[in-house]
Write a protein that binds this ligand. Structure first.
Ligand code: DSN
Length: 384
């Protein structure tokens, strides 16, 4: 018997995704073949363990798929790092790294959430914030990363782990500078490239590989794959890292998702993917510059990747929450976002975050984004 209730709701959501203008910087639209793999019979299989070392029989095909996913990831990022494709999400990828090298009470230095970092980089409400002694670095008065300041904090704190990478930061991150700081203070270095992974893969953003001990990513943002995570690490950490993910923090891997990750990496290795990422970045610049033309305050003043934040409170006198609601009523989906030194709570916030990955997949070019900026400006001003 078909579950009409859920399939009707999926149809509704499908219509929303088809008809709305989707600007959430962490979302994208996957291909039919990614969905086909994720919706496949691979979901039926238990495969605790790793290729060649499973705790269940019948894993021969699963092993091949998981190894292909690992190999394609290495090829995509031009790295010989060890790769674990089992993390169910970006948060679990980060947790896998923490569990590998940290003990409760160890010191971690990460980017503050309201300056663009992620909850798992040490926010008090995340398990990270509860288990470890967290210190944060912030962006400077221009919304930039001041590496001299970060170095001073690192020397002062002496963290065991430094995290670089962000969820809401529009400028390029210099992983080499972070690696010099980490070396100087004897810290491990983790680059969380969840947002920029697609750009890194195509050379549109500096790569962290060779500079850091660990790289974590999600596979569903600019990388345009299924919802999930991956960890890569220097070979010396491989054994402990694998043990940290399974049995440390996870049980059976989601092999249907791993199959879909492998398909997404295959797509990302194509020439078309480079064309796509170039367009994502070009679109983001055009979109951001149009808002600047219209007089809006952009956090960090510009974009060098696939996203940027607008201080809507200062620009048009509406909160992030209200801007999200107003635009939502006009079928434009965005998310409210805290901005550096926000005076409002995260559930209200003064900013919105805009990203171009999803609508670029839908075929938008620079002119479309310029028109869209004008439309958003008009909607916000008419409805505040
Ligand atoms: N929640 C994601 C985002 O929207 O950036 C990060 O995990």
């Amino acid at each position: 018997m078909r579950d009409k209730i859920i399939f009707d709701l999926i149809e509704q959501e499908s219509n929303r995704q088809d008809n709305d203008i989707q600007l959430i910087a962490s979302e994208n639209y996957v291909s039919e073949q990614v969905m086909e793999a994720q919706g496949s019979i691979l979901t039926n299989k238990y495969a605790e363990g790793y290729p060649g070392k499973r705790y269940y029989g019948g894993c021969e095909v699963i092993d091949e798929i998981e190894v292909i996913a690992q190999e394609r990831f290495k090829k995509l990022f031009k790295t010989d790092y060890h790769v674990n494709v089992q993390p169910h999400s970006g948060s679990q990828a980060n947790q896998g790294v923490f569990n590998c090298i940290l003990n409760p009470g160890d010191k971690v230095l990460g980017m503050s959430l309201d300056h663009g970092g992620h909850l798992t980089h040490g926010h008090a409400l995340s398990l990270t914030g509860k288990l470890y002694e967290i210190s944060s670095y912030v962006t400077d008065e221009n919304g930039e990363l001041n590496y001299d300041e970060i170095r001073k904090i690192a020397i002062d704190v002496k963290p065991k782990l430094i995290i670089c990478g962000a969820s809401a930061f529009s400028l390029e991150i210099d992983f080499e500078k972070f690696s010099l700081i980490a070396k100087e203070v004897g810290a491990y270095l983790l680059a969380d490239i969840a947002h920029i992974a697609g750009l890194v893969a195509t050379g549109n953003h500096m790569s962290p590989f060779a500079h850091v001990d660990f790289v974590t990513t999600t596979t569903h943002k600019t990388l345009r794959g299924p919802r999930g995570g991956v960890i890569a690490c220097k070979e010396e950490h491989a054994k402990l890292l694998d043990r940290s993910v399974f049995p440390g923090i996870q049980g059976g891997p989601l092999e249907h998702v791993i199959g879909a990750k492998a398909v997404a990496f295959y797509e990302a290795l194509s020439d078309d993917f480079k064309v796509y990422q170039d367009q994502v970045v070009a679109n983001c610049k055009a979109f951001c510059n149009q808002f600047i033309e219209l007089g809006y305050t952009i956090i960090s003043g510009r974009t060098e990747n696939h996203l940027f934040l607008i201080d809507v409170l200062q620009s048009v006198g509406v909160t992030g929450k209200d801007a999200e609601n107003i635009l939502g009523k006009h079928n434009i989906t965005v998310n409210k976002n805290s901005i550096p030194n926000d005076t409002l709570s995260p559930v209200i916030s003064s900013g919105i975050r805009l990203g171009t990955a999803a609508m670029t997949t839908k075929g938008y070019n620079e002119s479309d984004f310029i028109l869209l900026a004008n439309k958003i400006d008009q909607i916000l001003k008419e409805n505040k």
